[in-house]
Design a protein around this ligand. Structure first.
Ligand SMILES: Nc1ncnc2c1ncn2[C@@H]1O[C@H](COP(=O)(O)OP(=O)(O)O)[C@@H](O)[C@H]1O
Ligand SMILES: Nc1ccn([C@@H]2O[C@H](COP(=O)(O)OP(=O)(O)O)[C@@H](O)[C@H]2O)c(=O)n1
Ligand SMILES: [Mg+2]
Length: 208
C-alpha cells in the first residue's frame, strides 16, 4: 500500500510529490556512530537519497532563516530542535529530490520527532538501521572528525550522549518492539560495517 506525501514547497504551493509511493529508512545511532559515512555508501549502491536532519538544520541556520539563532543554540547545547522545524525541512527536501527512496539520517531523535513525522506525512518507515557503537569509540571519532562543527567539543559531546540515551534510544526501542530495527555493530572498520549494511538491504524481506 502506498503513502501519499503531501509535501509543500518553499512558497507553500502545495503537493510537490503528488501521490508518489515513497520508501523511508530511518538511520539512527549515537553521535559519531557512522550514520553519515554509511549513508554515503548506501546511496552509491542502492539509489536512495540521503537526507541528514543535522545537515538540513545546519543549512537552514546558515541561510539566515528566522529560526537560525534558535537552531544554532540548540545544536551548541546538543538539544533537539522542535519537530515543527525539522519535519518541514525533511518534507521540502523529499519533495525537491525527485526520488522516492530516502535514508533519513539522525531522525527521529525523540518521541516528538517520531510522532510529528508520522502525523504530518503519514509515512511509516520500511525499517530502522541502527548503528550500535560504544561511547568511547564514538567520542574518539567525534573529536577526530575535523569538520569544524561547533558541537564536536567534549562538553557538547557529553550533552549529546546524554540526549541520545534519554530521548533517542527509547525511539529505537519503540521500533524494536515492532520488529523494525536492523542492528549493526558499528564499532568495526568502515568496510566491515558496510558489509553488514549491504546484507540488510539485500535481505528479501527488506528489499525495498
Ligand atoms: N567504522 C568507522 N571506523 C572508524 N571511523 C569511522 C567509522 N565510521 C565513521 N568514522 C569516522 O567517524 C567520524 C564520525 O562519522 P559520521 O559518519 O560523521 O557519524 P555520525 O553521522 O553518526 O555522527 C567521521 O570522522 C568518520 O570518518
Ligand atoms: N532530528 C534532529 C537531528 C539533529 N538535530 C540537531 O543537530 C545536531 C547534530 O545532529 P547530527 O545528526 O548532524 O549529528 P551526528 O549524530 O551526525 O553527529 C543534534 O545534536 C541536534 O542538536 C536535531 O535537533 N534534531
Ligand atoms: Mg551525521
Amino acid at each position: 500500500m502506498g503513502t501519499v506525501v503531501d509535501a509543500t514547497n518553499k512558497e507553500g504551493n502545495g503537493a510537490v510529490l503528488g501521490d508518489k509511493n515513497v520508501t523511508v529508512v530511518f538511520v539512527l545511532g549515537g553521535p559519531g556512530s557512522g550514520k553519515g559515512t554509511q549513508c554515503a555508501n548506501i546511496v552509491k549502491h542502492f539509489g536512495y537519497t540521503h537526507l541528514s536532519a543535522g545537515d538540513l538544520l545546519r543549512a537552514e541556520q546558515k541561510s539566515g532563516s528566522e529560526n537560525g539563532t534558535m537552531i544554532q543554540n540548540m545544536i551548541k547545547e546538543g538539544k533537539i530542535v522542535p519537530s515543527e522545524v525539522t519535519v518541514k525541512l525533511l518534507q521540502r527536501a523529499m519533495a525537491e529530490s525527485g526520488n522516492d527512496k530516502f535514508l533519513i539520517d539522525g531522525f527521529p531523535r525523540n518521541e516528538e520527532n517520531r510522532a510529528a513525522f508520522e502525523l504530518v506525512t503519514g509515512i511509516q518507515p520500511a525499517f530502522i538501521l541502527f548503528f550500535d557503537c560504544p561511547e568511547e569509540e564514538m567520542e574518539r571519532r567525534l573529536l577526530g572528525r575535523n569538520q569544524g562543527r561547533e558541537d564536536d567539543n567534549i562538553e557538547t559531546i557529553r550533552k549529546r550522549f546524554k540526549v541520545f540515551l534519554e530521548s533517542s534510544l527509547p525511539v529505537i526501542e519503540y521500533y524494536n518492539s515492532k520488529g523494525k530495527v536492523r542492528k549493526i555493530d558499528a564499532a568495526k572498520p568502515v568496510e566491515e560495517v558496510f558489509e553488514a549494511v549491504k546484507a540488510v538491504f539485500t535481505t528479501p524481506d527488506d528489499k525495498v
